[in-house]
Design a binder for this molecule. Structure first.
Ligand SMILES: [Zn+2]
Length: 483
């Protein structure tokens, strides 16, 4: 067998003003030698696929892998160039199997469904008999085009996404069984008519994911995925969908997808973000018997396309005169450059944050001392590495600010501690992240609180100003199944 592996991944927030162009991809990952580099969230599947294919004695063609930090729509030329590079490789290689690592919620100028577009063009090249497998992030839009073209689609199950290599192995096994005629996969979806976020680290979603895993390999069910949806993608098919793959039995796949979808619907009241405001969260910090408290600045998560430079929490911390508070990771390459010039130990007046968008809040003027500075920093996302470029630690009279050259969310404590900052001495660690922080920060937290505060991606799903999907979804309406 001849396997072609490739990837093109970013999550598009239609409401973000930050363009996703060539530089945004080059900042995160663009390579044709992916499997000789360190794996990140999106490139890790290619490492697994190459290893498993070679173990079987199959030949591997490694095409392009390109990934960008989530932001606004991808610039048309960047998308078309990367897409056409992959398609040319597929055409040249004429593989028996195509395996793609994508996000599932990528929008480019002129393309609402980049995954569906790329898959459709790939299928036109290879014909009906080649097996096409797609691994995607659960924050995806599982579209008609993707369903029509792919033989097998598998989503990561965990949020934080610690399982992208595991799901890559699941997909490879199914793809190999398909290509060698041992199974005949059929896929069915169920539209849950829900727009929300699903954290799989705690009830009720922990148990739900465990049930999905337990169903796989039983009663002819090959794979169960939940496409959570990405709420800030303004496309017709945004929303949560169950995706089930069965061996040859379409009715069975549809029935299991419906059962899981209706179970998810029954859990909706437990999924409402009943979280503290910024003042309430800081009250909790000030009254906490044990620290540090980890506060998630959910709404300024770069991983959801937010600027990562909002100042709402910092402003309240300063207003209260709190000390021993760490906040990060602010995106400000200009300030990083100034810190490189003044050097560790240097002090200066800086204007921090509030620059990229109205959702960033107001900039804040501070006197800071540069306490740490390091190039080529990275953070762990599960077993994969996410780069943050040069990072700095600024001390503003006991309020400790981590700023990075590249826009990234706070994935892991080493984004702070590799600069020399001792997080165990903090009363609170404010992380600009919606949920990926959890795997790394929960073990050092006395308590984790999610903040319901202002920013680019507030958890007010009913208010997202969609222009392309209907309004028949929860929580916009109480019961979208009533008609
Ligand atoms: Zn995701």
């Amino acid at each position: 067998m001849n396997v072609l592996i490739a990837g093109l991944a970013t999550e598009t927030n239609s409401f973000s003003p930050i363009p996703t162009g060539r530089l945004a991809f080059e900042d995160l990952f663009v390579s044709r030698q992916t499997t000789s580099l360190e794996p990140n969230l999106f490139s890790a599947p290619l490492h697994e696929w190459r290893r498993m294919a070679e173990d079987l004695g199959w030949s591997v063609v490694e095409s392009l892998m390109a990934a960008a930090q989530p932001a606004g729509p991808t610039i048309r030329d960047a998308y078309e160039t990367y897409r056409d590079d992959i398609l040319k490789d597929i055409s040249d290689a004429q593989p028996d199997i195509v395996l793609l690592s994508m996000h599932g919620a990528m929008i480019a100028e002129g393309y609402d469904d980049c995954e569906g577009d790329l898959l459709t063009r790939a299928r036109a090249i290879v014909g009906p008999d080649v097996t096409i497998g797609l691994e995607i992030d659960p924050h995806c839009h599982i579209t008609d085009a993707m369903m029509d073209v792919a033989d097998l689609i598998v989503c990561y199950k965990e949020y934080p996404h610690t399982d992208s290599p595991d799901r890559a192995r699941d997909l490879f096994t199914l793809v190999a069984d398909t290509a060698e005629g041992r199974i005949k996969p059929v896929m069915q979806r169920y539209d849950c008519r829900m727009v929300t976020m699903f954290h799989t680290t705690r009830a009720p979603m922990r148990g739900f994911v465990d049930e999905m895993i337990a169903q796989e390999g039983r009663d002819g069910i090959l794979s169960v995925s939940l496409g959570h949806g990405f709420p800030w993608g303004d496309v017709a098919e945004v929303g949560a969908r169950m995706l089930v793959i069965a061996d040859g039995d379409t009715d069975k796949a549809a029935e299991v997808a419906r059962q899981f979808g209706q179970k998810l619907w029954s859990l909706r009241d437990q999924l409402l973000p009943d979280w503290p405001t910024i003042p309430e969260a800081l009250d909790a910090v000030q009254n906490a018997p044990q620290t540090p408290i980890v506060l998630a600045d959910f709404a300024d998560n770069a991983g959801g396309g937010a600027p990562a430079d909002s100042t709402f929490v910092l402003a309240e911390v300063l207003k209260r005169g709190l000390k021993d508070i760490a906040i990060g990771i602010f995106w400000d390459p200009v300030l990083v450059r100034m810190c490189q010039d003044v050097g560790v130990g240097g002090s200066m007046q800086v204007r921090l944050g509030g620059k990229v968008d109205v959702t960033s809040g107001d900039p804040i003027d501070l006197r800071v001392t540069v306490r740490g500075l390091r190039d080529n920093m990275f953070q762990w996302m599960g077993a994969t590495k996410m780069e943050m470029g040069t990072g700095v630690w600024l001390d503003a009279d006991g309020v400790h600010l981590v700023v990075s050259e590249k826009r990234t969310q706070a994935f892991h404590p080493i984004g702070f501690t590799d600069l020399g900052l001792d997080l165990t001495q903090m009363k609170a660690i404010v992380v600009k992240s919606s949920q990926h922080f959890y795997a790394g920060f929960a073990p050092i937290a006395a308590e984790v609180l999610y903040i319901n505060g202002p920013g680019a991606i507030t958890p007010d799903y009913a208010a997202i100003p969609y222009t392309k999907r209907d309004n028949n979804f929860w929580p916009r309406v109480e019961n979208p199944f009533s008609d």
